[in-house]
Design a protein around this ligand. Sequence first.
Ligand code: NAD
Length: 470
Amino acid sequence: MDTKFLMKNYKRKVKIMYKIAVAGTGYVGLVAGVCFAEVGHQVTCVDIDEKKVELMKTGVSPIYEADLEGLMQKNYAAGRLNYTTDYRSAYKDVDAIFIGVGTPEQLDGSANLSYIATVARQIAETIEKDCLVVVKSTVPVGTNDKVEQFIKDFLVNDVKVEVASNPEFLAQGTAVRDTLHAARIIIGTESKWAEDMLKKIYEPFNLPIVSVNRRSAEMIKYASNDFLALKISYMNDIANLCELVGADIQDIAKGMSFDERIGRNFLNAGIGYGGSCFPKDTKALAYLAKQHGYELRTVKAAVDVNKDQKTMLFKKASNRLITFNGLKVAVLGLTFKPGTDDLREAPSLENVPLLLEHGAEVYAYDPVGKKNFKRKFPEGKNEHGTIKYVDNIEEALKGANVCFIFTEWGEVKALKPEEYKILMRTPLVYDGRNIYDVKAMKEAGVEYYSIGRPQVKVVEDMAEAAAAKI
Ligand code: NAD
């Protein structure tokens, strides 16, 4: 493990060692717990999932996240980090409890706060000393007020309890790095006691802290995520127009990126955003606005564009092909982005069933996402169609009629244009991540469709090319 970056900024030695519990060991809770232990706090991570807890005790991370396992093992061995399902013993005498449970989308777009409510109730019934409860999960504005009232309503012992907001900004795939080197820590508090304690907990990280009230902290999280989602949808919207007018979105992005007012990040066009945050956080903010009689038109537009964008490649391929029936379709990448095994809202989840339902035989490759995908679409013939999971890209491409690229994994990017031509029966590639140089694909004799760039139409007689390989 390259640990150099881990040592770079933070002071490592805490002046005050706090006893901390973290509720939920997903991407946010586990990474936060491990990083708090790494800087010297005493941490117990709580989860309701017994299998996860047992796994973590053996030093294995239940999620795929760079650098995480090494730090788990190191801090567990040092006695600073523990895992349990027994929330009573974990919560009763800690200084602070961080809540990192899920807040998934409900059918109407609102955030499901039932997991937060369960933890709040458990806290109320178990704490035996003064305690700061810190909500790290992404929650609609006003939720922290309700959580505090809820805990006070059910409090069993005569102790002081207060709720603070501390939204998380990590990106999956770089979660540990993002936590130890966050651009900023946002804390939302309603008292000096809470503000001071949170500042002291974060002091060893040596990072800028922005201290605001609870509602503003909750809003900063949504406003940030939704702005990034909007940026992506904007670029995708422009990309679609680029195709119609003969411009190239990658050149447009390059030209725009020099403008400091715009910035250089999140300008890549593709098949839309996915993951556990942007899709639900855009809908939740739009819902919150609606509840207050306001229509958040910009965010709604971002959601609409993203919805269409996700199936853009399938539509393109449907226009090009008479049928998918009986075709071998290689799918490269299943996760919503590289560096994670998370499938939540991944474009593959919409496109693979479409391909299967249209009769394609899908050969799917992903370095870490296959296991989770198999749970939804079991190997072989299932209710949607026939899918086979392969261990390498070559197996997926060999003899394939069509290839779809959904995730820009390093090993997919490393593949040379000629390899599509050599391996596939007919080199027809739909790239949702704009990985390849259009000219290079053309020169390699690959029929190549991407997003917002010139499309390489049929470069030779495909029937002839296929016949040559029979
Ligand atoms: P997750 O689904 O990966 O993990 C949630 C965990 O909480 C699960 O392990 C679950 O078993 C556990 N849990 C449920 N009820 C519990 C209880 N009563 N006690 C203890 N554990 C319990 O979720 P996540 O992706 O880490 O997201 C958590 C929150 O953080 C969400 O609100 C999300 O929007 C926000 N967030 C996520 C990210 C991200 O990149 N994933 C980034 C920033 C913010």
